[in-house]
Write a protein that binds this ligand. Structure first.
Ligand SMILES: [Ca+2]
Ligand SMILES: [Ca+2]
Ligand SMILES: [Ca+2]
Ligand SMILES: [Zn+2]
Length: 232
């Protein structure tokens, strides 16, 4: 059997490393190892190996290991990235309602494995794994195909409404340490509130406020719009 694929979870992991550092050195990267029928390495396509063939439930010829060159250059230390991956896998492994995807990681003379709840043990193999990290995945179909983020990439910025409001209030009060971001947040909130109340107004013009909902607008504006932007 010649054609083979890397299991989807490890494809996602590799993609995250590539996205984090598009120009990284890939000299020590690797997925497929040898295809000898006697090989027990996770780098060997499983259906090619007499030993691995029955490790999983399917007949897809899959590689269950990935090597990532450690040299980067990375935007943050490679060891920190590996530590984050280990922490994520450990949390899933110890959780009663989640499943980790890795059986073990080897990096920098240490091995972190499910058998020790991902606590480090000394790795004494001939290759100290300093120029690359090795990831071996599980053979169960669920974890093989689990392509949730690995945490290699920074999380998307999220907006906390309370933080946003506190920031806008800072600008509205004219606090000495209010920043340009605080003023932008204030202006954005004012625009959203005006839009929500159906008032088409120029930011530099004091609206001629009718009664009703506009009364609320007046109170909100009093709170968030500094006096300096109001026309006398
Ligand atoms: Ca199989
Ligand atoms: Ca499989
Ligand atoms: Ca397979
Ligand atoms: Zn390896």
């Amino acid at each position: 059997m010649a054609a083979w694929t890397l299991v989807p979870c490890l494809v996602t992991l590799r993609t995250e490393f590539n996205t984090l550092a598009p120009g990284r050195d890939k000299g020590a990267d690797g997925s497929i190892g040898d295809s000898a029928h006697t090989s027990r390495s996770d780098h060997t396509p499983d259906e090619d190996s007499d030993y691995l063939r029955d490790h999983d439930a399917d007949d897809k010829n899959e590689v269950h290991a990935l090597d990532i060159d450690s040299s980067g250059p990375w935007p943050r230390p490679f060891g920190d990235i590996i530590a984050d991956i280990i922490a994520g896998e450990r949390a899933k492994w110890l959780s009663s309602d989640d499943r980790c995807r890795l059986r073990y990681i080897i990096f920098n003379r240490k091995i972190y494995s499910t058998s020790t709840n991902f606590e480090p043990r000394n790795y004494t193999g001939s290759d100290p794994h300093t120029n690359h990290a090795h990831f071996s995945s599980r053979y169960e179909t669920g974890p093989e195909n689990d392509t949730r983020p690995w945490g290699v990439l920074p999380e998307e910025d999220t907006v906390d409404a309370r933080e946003l409001w506190a920031s806008a209030a800072k600008a509205a009060r004219g606090d000495a340490d209010a920043t340009a971001d605080d003023r932008n947040n204030r202006n954005n909130i004012v625009q959203v509130v005006r839009f929500a109340l159906g008032l088409q107004v120029d930011a530099q013009t004091t609206p001629n406020l009718p009664s009703g909902p506009a009364g609320q607008l007046a109170r909100i504006e009093a709170a968030v719009v500094p006096a300096t932007t109001k026309k006398k």
